[in-house]
Design a protein around this ligand. Structure first.
Ligand code: HNI
Length: 141
């Protein structure tokens, strides 16, 4: 459950993330593919080399989807409904992978935000990304 303070921190910090969609999103995916190579099986049609423009563009799409989630923190299920359908019915991504990407995304935030990624911000983002992951996985039930 996101508290009012969590929501404030998530929105404030997101302004620094949204403008770096390709860089931050691309790095999160790159970290996921390198650290958890089994995740590459969902992207057989992608160029997965380090620095791949295709991965950077996909990272930007992921960040844009998260921007939409940040704007709708009180209404995540509805805001992410279409993506939830896509991941469950079309892409059939095993939900364990959402946790892996969330974890990599948090590493990217820590690396790039440095001191601004305080324990409170970390906690707020951990909750936010878990909430996004549960919405993306809710159609599997
Ligand atoms: Ni995901 C496509 C957002 C986690 C595999 N994914 C998308 C798109 C968005 C998106 C946005 C583009 C939709 C479109 O084109 O209409 N994905 C997200 C978000 C998360 C996430 C917000 C979690 C925070 N996706 C994952 C994970 C995997 C994954 C963990 C697998 C390991 N996603 C895919 C694949 C595609 C995809 C595969 C299709 C890519 C393509 O272009 O062919």
């Amino acid at each position: 459950m996101l508290t009012a303070d969590d929501k404030k921190l998530i929105s404030q910090i997101w302004t620094k993330v949204a403008e770096h969609g390709k860089e931050f999103g691309g790095e999160a995916l790159e970290r996921m593919f390198i650290t958890y190579p089994q995740t590459k099986t969902y992207f057989p049609h992608f160029d997965l080399h380090v620095g791949s423009e295709q991965v950077r563009s996909h990272g930007e799409k992921v960040v844009n989807a998260l921007s939409n989630a940040v704007k709708n923190l009180d209404n995540l299920s509805q805001a992410l409904a279409e993506l939830s359908n896509l991941h469950a019915y079309n892409l059939r991504v095993d939900p364990v992978n959402f946790k892996l990407l969330s974890q990599c995304f948090q590493v990217v935030l820590a690396v790039h935000l440095g001191k601004e990624y305080t324990p409170e911000v970390h906690s707020a983002y951990d909750k936010f990304l878990s909430a996004v992951a549960s919405v993306l996985a809710e159609k599997y039930r």
